[in-house]
Design a protein around this ligand. Structure first.
Ligand code: SF4
Length: 314
């Protein structure tokens, strides 16, 4: 098999695509000029890009309708919904045919045939011993009623020691199929946002409040959040990011236990167990409401500043 890792043509095409995605996000966020190489000079964003869309694109049915600002008030999460880092272990279900079937080092999570999957640091989101231990603890989880309906459990993805971590709500249809968070249209937009901040997608860590897709893309329910959130909490403790970006009302309200609508929480620094947390809009909401991209970009520039990255745009 040929290795095109060092093929300059492939690399140039990758750079071109990255640059285009970066510029498209900036354009949609309302940026019209970039700082030129020489101090004090600016240049138009890009004459080759199409102009910003004038109206919202319609979201596909598989995008999270729940991620728009709350309808008729936010769901309140009570203190009794806080859960510990060690959720109760559920009964493991049978692994899929694409999953390895050796015994789990954690034991006790066996399938009906007594074999549980063993995970490795090469699995998505498992790039450290701490994350791997959490993944093994999750196992083929059925601790809540979302477990039986999933195609793939979506644990997380990215750099195990990222300085920047994004938290969303839960998997949609694409994520459920691929076993990776933020891979649908909203995920593609998130990738543009990450790259516009000066990172690559694999520089950051991405996870969700719940790891299995709610049926019909409904909102996760309180008992499901309570069952799954301890894993997210453990992932945050394992990655130890400098900054968390909470995407959309569910992530923001769940992490902060604050029912204030996302429209009033975004853009203001908060604290999550000693980690700086920036609430902002969910990419799926931004797909439905493109004018709001400018506000999200303001929020992300605050994050860039916090992380010592100089915003390159005006
Ligand atoms: Fe387990 Fe979380 Fe999936 Fe519920 S959503 S089955 S708690 S991994």
């Amino acid at each position: 098999m040929s290795d095109d890792t060092h093929d300059p043509t492939v690399e140039l095409e990758r750079i071109r695509q990255d640059a285009r995605a970066h510029l498209e996000w900036l354009r949609d966020a309302g940026v019209s000029e970039l700082e030129a190489a020489r101090p004090g000079e600016r240049q138009p964003l890009s004459p080759t890009l199409s102009p910003p869309r004038g109206r919202a694109r319609e979201a596909k049915p598989d995008e999270r309708s729940a991620l728009s600002p709350p309808r008729g008030g936010a769901r309140e999460t009570g203190s009794d919904e806080r859960s510990t880092l060690s959720p109760p272990r559920g009964r493991a279900k049978e692994t899929g045919s694409d999953e390895r079937s050796t015994l789990s080092p954690t034991g006790g999570e066996g399938t009906g045939e007594g074999a549980a999957r063993r995970y490795s640091s090469g699995d998505k989101g498992c790039g450290s011993a701490a994350l791997l231990a959490i993944r093994e603890d999750v196992g083929e989880c059925d601790r809540c009623k979302l477990g039986p309906g999933r195609t793939k459990l979506v644990f997380g993805v990215g750099n195990a020691s990222a300085e920047l971590m994004f938290v969303g709500e839960g998997p949609g249809a694409d994520e459920d199929q691929q076993g990776e968070p933020f891979v649908g249209r909203a995920g593609q937009l998130l990738t543009k946002m990450i790259e516009a901040m000066g990172y690559r997608r694999d520089d950051v860590y991405i996870a969700n409040v719940v790891k299995c897709r709610p049926p019909g893309n409904r909102d996760p329910e309180p008992d499901e959040i309570a069952a799954c959130e301890p894993f997210l909490k453990a992932q945050i403790a394992a990655v130890r990011p400098k900054v968390l970006v909470a995407l959309g009302r569910f992530a923001v309200q769940t992490l902060l236990r604050d029912p204030t609508p996302i429209t009033r929480q975004r853009g203001r620094w908060r604290d999550y167990e000693g980690v700086r947390l920036m609430p902002t809009f969910h990419p799926a909401y931004l797909l439905r409401n493109p004018p709001e991209k400018a506000k999200a970009w303001q929020d992300l520039q605050l994050v860039m500043k916090e992380l010592g990255k100089v915003p390159i745009t005006r």
